[in-house]
Ligand binder design. Structure first.
Ligand SMILES: [Fe+2]
Ligand SMILES: [Fe+2]
Length: 331
């Protein structure tokens, strides 16, 4: 790293600029339309690392990696420009394989989503999810992204981010299979899925991350999340009815055995019926402290068993067809 390109020990604490964490691996040598900050010590205040006018070179990235640096920071006011650049240079770049672009999209959005979900403002989370949903639906609903490639790169833990992204990805695959082709509709479905558990922001972390199965009282508390999420979204003017219903009705079941209201069949919004399959499928295939993850075919068998009782029969058929296209998983 040339000394002229680096301004050491310049604290950003006084500048009132809030910073955004970006994984080091998301930086490319050509990405440099914003100043970059670095945290030199654990829990230290990030300081200016590189001005936008100085190029970031491959050797710099390697050096940072060797030093154990995995995160760099940019100013929040540069977020828009940074994302636009990633969008143009990576996500829309036809020479980069689609599965790599999907992985990049997930990586670049993780820190912001997690930050916004716990503690951030609802407004930031909603607007962020909207942009994220556009990019996700564009990648997932292109028919040249093969479903088994997608499954091969997906994570299967039960963190909020993985859950939200996987549910959104499954919703898009299922919506696509159901014949929904309208770009705006697909984007709304993806955004609704990213926010379907938004009410969990009000559930105590100790309950959410409980290492053992929930008590009846804890279950009652957690079952309020669809209502809490719906109430918040309903106060806004930028949510479609379908998106709000994905939040409110994703735990309803077609036989009326779900919550919060116990409505049945077609009374449940179709996007919420899509979301309920995606939601349960991800819950079954992810591991929890008290249970192992099911394989894809085991989880599909559970969903099929509840076809017509918990889940919409037609949608279960479509989900089955989608997964049957993954020969390595269904062997
Ligand atoms: Fe939920
Ligand atoms: Fe969920």
């Amino acid at each position: 790293m040339s000394t002229s390109a680096t301004i050491d020990n310049m604290s950003v604490a006084d500048s009132n600029e809030s910073l955004l964490a970006i994984p080091l691996s998301s930086f490319r040598t050509s990405y440099l339309q914003c100043d970059i900050y670095i945290q030199r010590e654990k829990n230290g205040i990030p300081v200016l690392y590189r001005r936008r006018s100085h190029p970031l070179e491959e050797a710099d990235l390697e050096r940072l990696h060797k030093r154990g640096i995995r995160t760099l920071y940019i100013s929040k006011s540069n977020e828009e420009a940074f994302r636009r650049q990633i969008d143009e240079e990576v996500l829309q770049n036809e020479s980069i394989p689609l599965d790599e672009r999907y992985r990049e999209l997930l990586k670049i959005n993780e820190a912001v989503f997690v930050q916004a979900f716990r503690g951030g403002k609802l407004d930031d989370l909603v607007r962020f999810s909207d942009k994220f949903a556009c990019q996700l639906s564009e990648l997932v609903c292109r028919h040249d992204l093969i479903v088994d490639e997608l499954f091969a790169i997906m994570e299967f833990d039960n963190g909020t981010y993985t859950h939200s992204v996987n549910v959104a990805t499954y919703c898009l695959l299922l919506a696509d299979r159901l014949g929904i082709t309208d770009t705006a509709e697909l984007k709304y479905i993806a955004a609704g899925a990213l926010l379907h558990d938004i009410g969990k922001r009000h559930v105590q972390l100790a309950v959410l991350n409980s290492p053992s199965p929930l008590t009846a009282e804890q279950r009652k508390h957690i079952q309020q999340h669809p209502t809490m999420g719906f109430r918040e979204l309903a106060l806004r003017k930028d949510q479609t009815w379908g998106q709000m219903m994905m939040t409110y009705e994703h735990h309803e079941r077609v036989d009326g055995s779900g919550y919060p209201t116990g409505i049945k069949g077609n009374e449940i919004h179709p996007w919420a019926r899509i979301c309920s399959i995606a939601d349960v499928f991800h819950a079954l295939t992810s591991k929890r402290p008290y249970k192992a993850a099911m394989s894809t075919d085991e989880a599909l068998a559970v969903i099929k068993k509840q076809s017509g009782t918990s889940f919409d029969m037609e949608m279960v058929k479509c989900w089955n067809t989608t997964l049957k296209k993954i020969p390595c998983l269904m062997a």
